[in-house]
Design a protein around this ligand. Sequence first.
Ligand code: DAH
Length: 339
Amino acid sequence: MKEKLEQIKAEAVAQIQAADAPEKLNDVRVKFLGRKGELTAVLKGMKDVAPEDRPKVGQMVNDTRAAIEQLLDETKAKMEKAIREQKMKEEVIDVTLPSKKNIIGHRHPNTIAQEEVERIFVGMGYEVIEGPEVEYDEYNFEKLNIPADHPAKDEQDTFYINKDIVLRTQTSPVQARIMEQGNLPIRMISPGRVFRSDEVDATHSPSFHQIEGLVIDKNISFADLKGTLEVFAKELFGPETKTKFRPHHFPFTEPSAEVDVSCFKCGGKGCRFCKGSGWIEILGCGMVHPHVLEMCGIDPEVYGGFAFGVGLERIALLKYEIDDMRLLYENDIRFLKQF
Ligand code: DAH
């Protein structure tokens, strides 16, 4: 029995030493110590051992088991340590290597200006509503009090899709669309792209952007319009900004005005930026024409309101002191990344 145990131990030791991976050690453990292993078989043979020898043999079996177990554990620990060290060597991270840079883009100056205008009006309780760029002549002109023979129709060189459909020349048609829906009161702005068959130059482009504003409610006066646009100008160009309303004509508003802001470059003294006048024109506005209200199903005896239209590029050019509108459309990264 003793020789048998010694032989088992020697075999186990040999196999442990030959193992070159932790999984192989596991196989050895199963083979010698497992439930169907060789040592267990020896224990099962105890019934053939004389009763007085059993404690001694039992002790021997236990010693053998302990010896094999210990060797297995030690070898396993050594192997794992070696594997870890190897890994550490292979997976070194050189923290001094320069990192990969992701080139992150950013918003276009037009978008920045648009979001700034939206922020200001949303802060005053306005909704932002978009309308279609391909528009019916009816909304772009007729419902805004610009009938077929009206000279204003010639002023805005229009791209026609067919007799009745145009690329909108202004964002004002969104006014008519929203008023027609009849959910009063209305307080909205509508940013978007507009189109005019203009030649490209430093201040013109066949496609540009406007932001329309519209308020319809009871008891709205020109004072509300003035106050609103004053707040807008101060928010956009700084708290020192003054506004000036010059009488003007738009078919869809009566009275109408153009709004100038005091030059934020020279503070109104006159400089190259404001062409010496101290003022810069930024938008058109007025009280919504009663005829427009009627055409859109609103009773002008009960409701009234004001509207305005701002050129977005103009705002962006002014805010960022860009002197040529073409730069905004050329997608030259060197230019765009300055903003
Ligand atoms: N639609 C006008 C334009 O393109 C701008 C404008 C002026 C819009 C007065 C308005 C307004 O809503 O009331 O020149």
